[in-house]
Design a protein around this ligand. Sequence first.
Ligand code: PBG
Length: 332
Amino acid sequence: MSANPILPPFPTTRLRRLRRTKALRDMVTENHVSAANLIWPVFVTEVAGADVEIPSLPGVQRYTVDGVKAAAERAAKLGIPAICVFPHSAQELRTEGCERAWDPENISNQAIRAIKATVPELMVMTDIALDPYNINGHDGLVRNGEILNDETVDCLVRMAIAQAEAGADILGPSDMMDGRIAAFRAALEKRGHKHVTIMSYAAKFASGFYGPFRDAVGASGRLVGDKKTYQVNPANREEALRCVARDLAEGADMVMVKPGMPYLDICREVRDRFGAPTFAYQVSGEYAMIEGAIRNGWLSRDVVMESLLAFRRAGCDGVLTYFAPEVAEALA
Ligand code: PBG
Protein backbone atom coordinates (compact mmCIF):
# COMPACT_ATOMS: atom_id res chain seq x y z
CA MET A 1 0.00 0.00 0.00
CA SER A 2 1.36 3.46 -0.87
CA ALA A 3 1.51 6.17 1.78
CA ASN A 4 -1.31 8.71 1.92
CA PRO A 5 -0.02 11.53 -0.36
CA ILE A 6 -1.35 14.36 1.82
CA LEU A 7 0.64 13.19 4.85
CA PRO A 8 4.08 14.70 5.28
CA PRO A 9 6.52 12.30 6.93
CA PHE A 10 7.37 12.03 10.63
CA PRO A 11 8.01 14.17 12.63
CA THR A 12 5.99 16.79 10.72
CA THR A 13 3.15 14.36 10.96
CA ARG A 14 2.50 13.10 14.47
CA LEU A 15 -0.96 11.52 14.47
CA ARG A 16 -0.93 11.34 18.26
CA ARG A 17 -1.17 15.16 18.45
CA LEU A 18 -4.90 14.95 17.85
CA ARG A 19 -5.39 12.25 20.46
CA ARG A 20 -3.68 14.02 23.37
CA THR A 21 -6.67 15.44 25.26
CA LYS A 22 -10.32 14.53 25.52
CA ALA A 23 -11.32 17.94 24.15
CA LEU A 24 -9.25 17.38 21.02
CA ARG A 25 -10.47 13.84 20.59
CA ASP A 26 -14.07 14.98 20.95
CA MET A 27 -13.55 17.77 18.43
CA VAL A 28 -12.32 15.38 15.74
CA THR A 29 -14.72 12.51 16.39
CA GLU A 30 -16.09 11.39 13.04
CA ASN A 31 -19.14 9.36 14.09
CA HIS A 32 -21.71 9.50 16.86
CA VAL A 33 -24.46 7.33 18.23
CA SER A 34 -27.61 8.97 19.49
CA ALA A 35 -30.95 7.61 20.67
CA ALA A 36 -32.38 8.81 17.32
CA ASN A 37 -30.33 6.11 15.57
CA LEU A 38 -31.86 3.25 17.54
CA ILE A 39 -34.80 0.93 16.94
CA TRP A 40 -35.73 -1.30 19.87
CA PRO A 41 -36.94 -4.85 19.05
CA VAL A 42 -39.39 -6.16 21.67
CA PHE A 43 -41.12 -9.50 22.11
CA VAL A 44 -44.78 -9.62 23.01
CA THR A 45 -46.57 -12.79 24.07
CA GLU A 46 -50.18 -13.79 23.94
CA VAL A 47 -49.62 -16.50 26.51
CA ALA A 48 -51.31 -15.20 29.66
CA GLY A 49 -49.14 -14.29 32.61
CA ALA A 50 -46.48 -11.75 33.44
CA ASP A 51 -43.41 -10.41 31.62
CA VAL A 52 -40.72 -13.13 31.55
CA GLU A 53 -36.95 -13.19 30.97
CA ILE A 54 -35.68 -15.10 27.92
CA PRO A 55 -32.86 -17.39 29.14
CA SER A 56 -30.70 -17.17 25.98
CA LEU A 57 -31.16 -13.36 25.89
CA PRO A 58 -30.24 -12.29 29.43
CA GLY A 59 -31.81 -8.94 30.27
CA VAL A 60 -34.41 -9.17 27.49
CA GLN A 61 -38.03 -9.84 28.35
CA ARG A 62 -41.08 -11.21 26.63
CA TYR A 63 -43.84 -8.71 27.42
CA THR A 64 -47.58 -8.96 27.83
CA VAL A 65 -49.58 -6.26 26.06
CA ASP A 66 -49.54 -4.19 29.28
CA GLY A 67 -45.79 -4.72 29.58
CA VAL A 68 -45.21 -3.58 26.00
CA LYS A 69 -47.19 -0.39 26.65
CA ALA A 70 -44.85 0.41 29.53
CA ALA A 71 -41.84 -0.39 27.33
CA ALA A 72 -43.20 1.97 24.66
CA GLU A 73 -43.56 4.79 27.19
CA ARG A 74 -39.99 4.18 28.31
CA ALA A 75 -38.74 4.24 24.69
CA ALA A 76 -40.53 7.51 23.97
CA LYS A 77 -39.14 9.16 27.13
CA LEU A 78 -35.62 8.12 26.12
CA GLY A 79 -35.95 9.59 22.61
CA ILE A 80 -35.91 6.21 20.84
CA PRO A 81 -37.93 6.86 17.65
CA ALA A 82 -39.25 3.37 16.97
CA ILE A 83 -40.02 0.07 18.61
CA CYS A 84 -40.21 -3.16 16.58
CA VAL A 85 -42.79 -5.74 17.66
CA PHE A 86 -42.10 -9.49 17.45
CA PRO A 87 -44.91 -11.86 18.37
CA HIS A 88 -44.73 -14.95 20.56
CA SER A 89 -47.99 -16.66 19.67
CA ALA A 90 -49.60 -19.49 21.58
CA GLN A 91 -48.35 -22.86 20.31
CA GLU A 92 -51.89 -24.12 19.62
CA LEU A 93 -52.51 -21.17 17.26
CA ARG A 94 -49.67 -22.26 14.94
CA THR A 95 -51.01 -23.99 11.84
CA GLU A 96 -49.86 -25.20 8.44
CA GLY A 97 -51.87 -22.42 6.76
CA CYS A 98 -50.56 -19.73 9.17
CA GLU A 99 -53.99 -18.03 9.21
CA ARG A 100 -53.26 -16.29 12.49
CA ALA A 101 -50.63 -14.16 10.71
CA TRP A 102 -53.25 -11.85 9.19
CA ASP A 103 -55.82 -11.99 11.97
CA PRO A 104 -56.49 -8.39 13.10
CA GLU A 105 -56.64 -9.81 16.65
CA ASN A 106 -53.27 -11.58 16.62
CA ILE A 107 -50.85 -10.56 19.35
CA SER A 108 -48.74 -8.39 17.08
CA ASN A 109 -51.76 -6.35 15.89
CA GLN A 110 -53.05 -6.06 19.46
CA ALA A 111 -49.65 -4.72 20.52
CA ILE A 112 -49.48 -2.23 17.61
CA ARG A 113 -52.89 -0.79 18.52
CA ALA A 114 -52.04 -0.67 22.23
CA ILE A 115 -48.73 1.13 21.63
CA LYS A 116 -50.22 3.67 19.19
CA ALA A 117 -53.04 4.37 21.66
CA THR A 118 -50.56 4.90 24.52
CA VAL A 119 -47.74 6.81 22.77
CA PRO A 120 -48.91 7.93 19.32
CA GLU A 121 -45.63 9.72 18.57
CA LEU A 122 -43.56 6.53 18.89
CA MET A 123 -43.22 4.73 15.56
CA VAL A 124 -44.12 1.07 15.50
CA MET A 125 -42.26 -1.27 13.19
CA THR A 126 -43.45 -4.79 12.45
CA ASP A 127 -42.06 -8.11 11.29
CA ILE A 128 -43.61 -9.69 8.22
CA ALA A 129 -42.91 -13.43 7.96
CA LEU A 130 -44.98 -16.48 8.77
CA ASP A 131 -42.62 -18.17 11.26
CA PRO A 132 -44.35 -17.11 14.51
CA TYR A 133 -47.61 -18.64 13.24
CA ASN A 134 -46.25 -21.60 11.28
CA ILE A 135 -46.35 -25.12 12.64
CA ASN A 136 -43.09 -25.74 10.69
CA GLY A 137 -41.23 -22.70 12.02
CA HIS A 138 -40.55 -21.51 8.45
CA ASP A 139 -41.09 -17.98 7.13
CA GLY A 140 -43.18 -19.33 4.25
CA LEU A 141 -45.85 -21.95 3.57
CA VAL A 142 -44.41 -25.45 3.30
CA ARG A 143 -45.73 -28.10 0.91
CA ASN A 144 -43.99 -31.47 0.47
CA GLY A 145 -40.87 -30.00 2.05
CA GLU A 146 -40.76 -27.03 -0.34
CA ILE A 147 -41.07 -23.42 0.85
CA LEU A 148 -43.65 -21.98 -1.53
CA ASN A 149 -42.89 -18.49 -2.83
CA ASP A 150 -45.91 -17.01 -4.60
CA GLU A 151 -48.51 -18.54 -2.28
CA THR A 152 -46.52 -17.18 0.67
CA VAL A 153 -46.45 -13.68 -0.85
CA ASP A 154 -50.27 -13.72 -1.02
CA CYS A 155 -50.35 -14.49 2.73
CA LEU A 156 -47.74 -11.84 3.50
CA VAL A 157 -49.76 -9.19 1.66
CA ARG A 158 -52.71 -9.92 3.93
CA MET A 159 -50.40 -9.78 6.93
CA ALA A 160 -48.95 -6.43 5.82
CA ILE A 161 -52.39 -4.89 5.30
CA ALA A 162 -53.59 -6.10 8.72
CA GLN A 163 -50.51 -4.48 10.32
CA ALA A 164 -51.01 -1.21 8.42
CA GLU A 165 -54.66 -1.21 9.49
CA ALA A 166 -53.64 -1.74 13.12
CA GLY A 167 -51.55 1.45 12.84
CA ALA A 168 -48.01 0.30 11.99
CA ASP A 169 -45.69 3.04 10.73
CA ILE A 170 -42.90 0.87 9.31
CA LEU A 171 -43.42 -2.59 7.82
CA GLY A 172 -40.44 -4.93 8.16
CA PRO A 173 -40.59 -7.87 5.74
CA SER A 174 -38.06 -10.42 7.02
CA ASP A 175 -39.28 -13.39 4.97
CA MET A 176 -36.93 -13.19 1.93
CA MET A 177 -39.57 -14.37 -0.55
CA ASP A 178 -39.20 -13.01 -4.11
CA GLY A 179 -41.60 -10.30 -5.24
CA ARG A 180 -42.97 -9.37 -1.85
CA ILE A 181 -42.00 -5.70 -1.77
CA ALA A 182 -43.75 -4.91 -5.07
CA ALA A 183 -46.82 -6.82 -3.89
CA PHE A 184 -46.93 -4.91 -0.56
CA ARG A 185 -46.43 -1.55 -2.19
CA ALA A 186 -49.23 -2.13 -4.70
CA ALA A 187 -51.62 -3.39 -1.99
CA LEU A 188 -50.80 -0.48 0.35
CA GLU A 189 -51.44 2.09 -2.39
CA LYS A 190 -54.70 0.40 -3.35
CA ARG A 191 -55.94 0.34 0.26
CA GLY A 192 -55.07 4.00 0.91
CA HIS A 193 -52.00 3.31 3.07
CA LYS A 194 -49.74 5.40 0.90
CA HIS A 195 -47.69 6.81 3.79
CA VAL A 196 -46.79 3.50 5.40
CA THR A 197 -43.05 2.93 4.98
CA ILE A 198 -41.28 -0.33 4.19
CA MET A 199 -37.90 -1.19 5.68
CA SER A 200 -37.05 -4.40 3.92
CA TYR A 201 -34.78 -7.00 5.42
CA ALA A 202 -33.09 -6.86 2.03
CA ALA A 203 -29.74 -8.53 2.71
CA LYS A 204 -30.76 -11.16 5.20
CA PHE A 205 -28.30 -14.00 5.54
CA ALA A 206 -28.95 -17.62 6.56
CA SER A 207 -27.23 -17.12 9.88
CA GLY A 208 -26.61 -19.11 13.02
CA PHE A 209 -26.74 -15.85 14.96
CA TYR A 210 -30.57 -15.97 15.08
CA GLY A 211 -30.60 -18.83 17.61
CA PRO A 212 -31.73 -16.93 20.73
CA PHE A 213 -34.44 -15.10 18.74
CA ARG A 214 -35.98 -18.42 17.80
CA ASP A 215 -36.13 -19.27 21.52
CA ALA A 216 -37.73 -15.90 22.19
CA VAL A 217 -40.55 -16.40 19.67
CA GLY A 218 -41.00 -20.06 20.58
CA ALA A 219 -39.85 -21.39 17.18
CA SER A 220 -36.71 -23.25 18.26
CA GLY A 221 -37.88 -26.84 18.46
CA ARG A 222 -40.22 -26.32 15.51
CA LEU A 223 -38.02 -25.45 12.57
CA VAL A 224 -37.94 -28.38 10.18
CA GLY A 225 -34.67 -28.16 8.21
CA ASP A 226 -33.07 -24.75 7.65
CA LYS A 227 -33.78 -21.45 5.87
CA LYS A 228 -31.09 -21.76 3.18
CA THR A 229 -33.52 -21.87 0.23
CA TYR A 230 -34.63 -18.30 0.96
CA GLN A 231 -32.03 -16.52 3.11
CA VAL A 232 -28.71 -15.49 1.50
CA ASN A 233 -25.58 -17.65 1.74
CA PRO A 234 -23.18 -15.93 4.19
CA ALA A 235 -20.42 -16.37 1.58
CA ASN A 236 -22.17 -14.14 -0.99
CA ARG A 237 -21.63 -10.42 -1.30
CA GLU A 238 -22.76 -9.78 -4.88
CA GLU A 239 -25.97 -11.70 -4.31
CA ALA A 240 -26.74 -9.62 -1.21
CA LEU A 241 -26.25 -6.43 -3.24
CA ARG A 242 -28.62 -7.75 -5.92
CA CYS A 243 -31.24 -8.31 -3.20
CA VAL A 244 -30.90 -4.70 -2.06
CA ALA A 245 -31.11 -3.34 -5.63
CA ARG A 246 -34.21 -5.43 -6.24
CA ASP A 247 -36.02 -4.37 -3.05
CA LEU A 248 -35.32 -0.67 -3.68
CA ALA A 249 -36.56 -1.04 -7.26
CA GLU A 250 -39.75 -2.67 -5.97
CA GLY A 251 -40.55 0.17 -3.57
CA ALA A 252 -38.70 -0.31 -0.28
CA ASP A 253 -38.11 3.08 1.43
CA MET A 254 -35.26 1.79 3.59
CA VAL A 255 -33.13 -1.33 3.59
CA MET A 256 -31.57 -3.48 6.27
CA VAL A 257 -28.55 -5.74 6.51
CA LYS A 258 -28.85 -8.65 8.92
CA PRO A 259 -27.00 -9.88 10.98
CA GLY A 260 -24.94 -6.78 11.71
CA MET A 261 -21.43 -7.05 13.07
CA PRO A 262 -20.25 -10.00 10.94
CA TYR A 263 -21.62 -8.19 7.85
CA LEU A 264 -20.29 -4.63 8.22
CA ASP A 265 -18.64 -4.89 4.79
CA ILE A 266 -22.11 -5.32 3.29
CA CYS A 267 -23.45 -2.31 5.26
CA ARG A 268 -20.73 -0.05 3.90
CA GLU A 269 -21.18 -1.25 0.37
CA VAL A 270 -24.96 -0.88 0.44
CA ARG A 271 -24.65 2.69 1.75
CA ASP A 272 -22.06 3.65 -0.86
CA ARG A 273 -23.68 1.93 -3.80
CA PHE A 274 -27.35 2.85 -3.27
CA GLY A 275 -27.35 5.87 -0.94
CA ALA A 276 -30.70 4.80 0.52
CA PRO A 277 -31.40 4.85 4.27
CA THR A 278 -29.47 1.81 5.49
CA PHE A 279 -29.99 -0.04 8.75
CA ALA A 280 -28.36 -3.00 10.40
CA TYR A 281 -29.87 -5.51 12.79
CA GLN A 282 -27.57 -6.38 15.67
CA VAL A 283 -29.30 -9.72 16.08
CA SER A 284 -30.03 -11.88 19.08
CA GLY A 285 -26.84 -13.96 18.84
CA GLU A 286 -24.69 -10.82 18.70
CA TYR A 287 -26.49 -9.46 21.76
CA ALA A 288 -26.11 -12.78 23.58
CA MET A 289 -22.36 -12.94 22.87
CA ILE A 290 -21.74 -9.42 24.11
CA GLU A 291 -24.09 -9.52 27.10
CA GLY A 292 -22.97 -13.02 28.06
CA ALA A 293 -19.31 -12.02 28.03
CA ILE A 294 -20.05 -8.88 30.08
CA ARG A 295 -22.02 -10.88 32.65
CA ASN A 296 -19.12 -13.31 32.92
CA GLY A 297 -16.70 -10.47 33.57
CA TRP A 298 -14.79 -11.19 30.33
CA LEU A 299 -15.61 -7.86 28.65
CA SER A 300 -16.44 -4.42 30.00
CA ARG A 301 -19.76 -2.76 29.21
CA ASP A 302 -17.93 -0.23 26.99
CA VAL A 303 -18.07 -2.74 24.14
CA VAL A 304 -21.79 -2.10 23.76
CA MET A 305 -21.26 1.49 22.60
CA GLU A 306 -18.21 0.43 20.58
CA SER A 307 -20.33 -2.13 18.74
CA LEU A 308 -22.96 0.50 17.87
CA LEU A 309 -20.36 3.02 16.75
CA ALA A 310 -19.04 0.38 14.35
CA PHE A 311 -22.40 0.38 12.57
CA ARG A 312 -22.38 4.16 12.24
CA ARG A 313 -18.80 4.08 10.96
CA ALA A 314 -19.85 1.45 8.40
CA GLY A 315 -22.43 3.90 7.06
CA CYS A 316 -25.60 2.79 8.82
CA ASP A 317 -28.26 5.41 9.55
CA GLY A 318 -29.55 3.30 12.40
CA VAL A 319 -29.40 0.00 14.21
CA LEU A 320 -32.01 -2.41 15.52
CA THR A 321 -30.59 -3.48 18.85
CA TYR A 322 -31.73 -5.11 22.07
CA PHE A 323 -29.32 -2.69 23.80
CA ALA A 324 -31.44 0.31 22.70
CA PRO A 325 -32.96 1.30 26.08
CA GLU A 326 -29.70 0.79 27.99
CA VAL A 327 -27.73 2.86 25.47
CA ALA A 328 -30.37 5.61 25.27
CA GLU A 329 -30.33 5.78 29.07
CA ALA A 330 -26.54 6.09 29.12
CA LEU A 331 -26.71 8.88 26.52
CA ALA A 332 -29.47 10.80 28.32
C1 PBG B 1 -38.10 -14.17 11.36
C2 PBG B 1 -37.04 -13.31 11.94
C3 PBG B 1 -35.84 -13.75 12.49
C4 PBG B 1 -35.23 -12.65 13.06
C5 PBG B 1 -36.05 -11.54 12.81
N1 PBG B 1 -37.15 -11.96 12.10
C6 PBG B 1 -35.27 -15.12 12.62
C7 PBG B 1 -35.12 -15.98 11.45
O1 PBG B 1 -35.11 -15.56 10.29
O2 PBG B 1 -35.03 -17.20 11.69
C8 PBG B 1 -33.95 -12.68 13.83
C9 PBG B 1 -33.70 -11.57 14.79
C10 PBG B 1 -32.67 -11.87 15.82
O3 PBG B 1 -31.97 -12.90 15.79
O4 PBG B 1 -32.54 -11.02 16.73
N2 PBG B 1 -38.43 -14.04 10.08
